[in-house]
Write a protein that binds this ligand. Structure first.
Ligand code: LMR
Length: 399
């Protein structure tokens, strides 16, 4: 028996595995509503014009591909820090915030998780439901990962009462992963008043927030979508923030992200950075240059930044428009279900209340791909496929 024969065969990734299955599906009517990618009305995921322009400038200006430092490009970190925390807080407090460039948002979670496991060693909680890779990443850091209640599937609504009472029972120092906007997979976010209540509870119980911020600008705007993070820093939390530029700059394949750790002193930040540098060095040594250079160039060049903000607004408006049309068509056609809640959801995703067996049937009969939990990416809809998708969902709602 060979060395590798003893390995067990694992199932495909619940999200990225579906893209492979979709690509291999020969049916002409197929529709991909699974992976979280922005798509235009033509169902393309184009390179943003601001990104193309920044790349053209970089081609002229960059003369070396030497290694970045372990923590990444300082200019990039400064720009992204201000984008996430707001310029006033960042200017005032950046000395006590550790900021490092990472390989997309996923490695920000992993690097933060490695530090938590090695140095802090507390329990970690993720929402039920959440992005499946949260459990994957943090359990691969060696952490014990548990769920907290977040969403009531039967009522298609947030279940904040259950959430508050669950959090109130956690031991001090527990780490709680939160999504500040466009919750993946439900699309259901707390209001500002509810974030205030959560912040008070976290302070009282001394819980540590770990924000996963992957969709800044996909709900209301760059500034508005950061409201929970900005509230928490104003209120004095020590916390983690993982950010990603896959979606808001369309830089999916460039893997651009950052990890920020807000501490209470310059000295604590220095110690934390020294630990984080070891975690980075032993994972991927130092981060890649290209994507971060694009983001830096755009954010630090007023004309490019303006163009990017307009493009981001365009993406957001298309998502909101398709969500509206989708909701109206389901509401108009459904005899049994109340689909109006879908209109209130934020960002790319929503649960549309389908069971796993309904999702399987929709995929096998109609070649419509969504994740097994019934999450759909509304940007995968367009005027050509909307009726087809709605009919399939309605046909299956009682089966
Ligand atoms: C998603 O949830 O579809 C995206 O965040 C892509 C991914 O890496 O899973």
């Amino acid at each position: 028996m060979g060395l590798f024969d003893q390995l067990s065969l694992l199932p495909p990734d619940p999200i990225l595995g579906l893209t492979a299955a979709f690509n291999a599906d020969p049916r002409k009517t197929k529709v991909n509503l699974s992976v979280g990618l922005f798509k235009t009305e033509e169902l393309k995921t184009p390179i943003l014009k601001s990104v193309k322009r920044a790349e053209a400038l970089l081609l002229e200006e960059q003369h070396s591909k030497e290694y970045l430092s372990i923590e990444g490009d300082r200019g990039y970190i400064q720009q992204v820090g201000a984008l996430v925390f707001g310029q006033p807080f960042w200017s005032r407090s950046s000395e006590q915030i550790v900021g490092v460039q990472t390989v997309g948002g996923t490695s920000a979670l992993k690097i933060g998780g490695d530090l938590l496991k090695r140095e802090i060693g507390k329990e970690l909680y993720i929402s039920e439901p959440t992005w499946p890779n949260h459990r994957g990443v943090f359990s691969h850091c060696g952490m014990r990962v548990q769920n907290y209640p977040y969403y009531d599937i039967k009522k298609n609504a947030l279940d904040l009462d259950q959430l508050y009472s669950f959090l109130a029972d956690l031991s001090a120092g527990s780490i709680v992963v939160l999504q500040p906007s466009c919750h993946n997979p439900t699309g259901a976010d707390p209001s500002l008043a509810e974030w205030r209540k959560l912040s008070a509870l976290f302070l009282e119980k001394r819980l540590i927030p770990f924000f996963d911020f992957a969709y800044q600008g996909f709900d209301e705007g760059v500034e508005q979508d950061a409201k929970a993070i900005r509230l928490f820093v104003q209120e004095g939390h020590e916390m983690f923030v993982a950010t990603s530029h896959s979606k808001n700059f369309g830089l999916y394949a460039e893997r651009v992200g950052a990890l920020f750790i807000v501490t209470h002193s310059k000295l604590a930040a220095e110690k934390t950075l020294s630990q984080i540098k070891v975690a980075i060095r032993t994972n991927y040594s130092n981060p890649p240059l290209h994507g971060a250079s694009i983001v830096y160039k755009i954010l630090s060049t007023p004309s490019l930044r303006k163009e990017w903000e307009e493009e981001l607004t365009g993406m957001r408006e298309r998502i909101i428009k398709m969500r509206g049309l989708f909701t109206e068509a389901l509401v108009a056609g459904s005899r049994n279900k109340e689909f109006r809640f879908l209109k209130e959801r934020k960002g790319l995703f929503s649960f549309c209340g389908l069971t796993e067996s309904q999702v399987d049937r929709i995929r096998s009969e109609d070649a419509i791909y969504m994740t097994g939990d019934g999450r759909i990416n509304v940007a995968g809809l367009n005027r050509d496929n909307l009726d087809y998708v709605v009919k399939s969902i309605l046909k299956n709602e009682t089966r």
